[in-house]
Design a binder for this molecule. Sequence first.
Ligand code: SF4
Length: 65
Amino acid sequence: MSSVNVNRIRCQSNGVCEALVPEVFEIDDDGALRIKTDRIGPEQLGQVSLAIASCPTQALSLVHD
Ligand code: SF4
């Protein structure tokens, strides 16, 4: 299993990842990115990898257990 790490200094809360995979990424009411699950299953890996590659500030990374 994998999880997603957010570099809070790099993240600009522009919502690109949320638009791609709203099941995993959410900009909360305070404007901070929230990762909705701490376990990325194999069925979500493709979508999440795309979101990571699409982040304009390279704030996201995949962590493998
Ligand atoms: S795409 Fe990147 S900069 Fe935008 S909210 Fe997601 S992690 Fe933050």
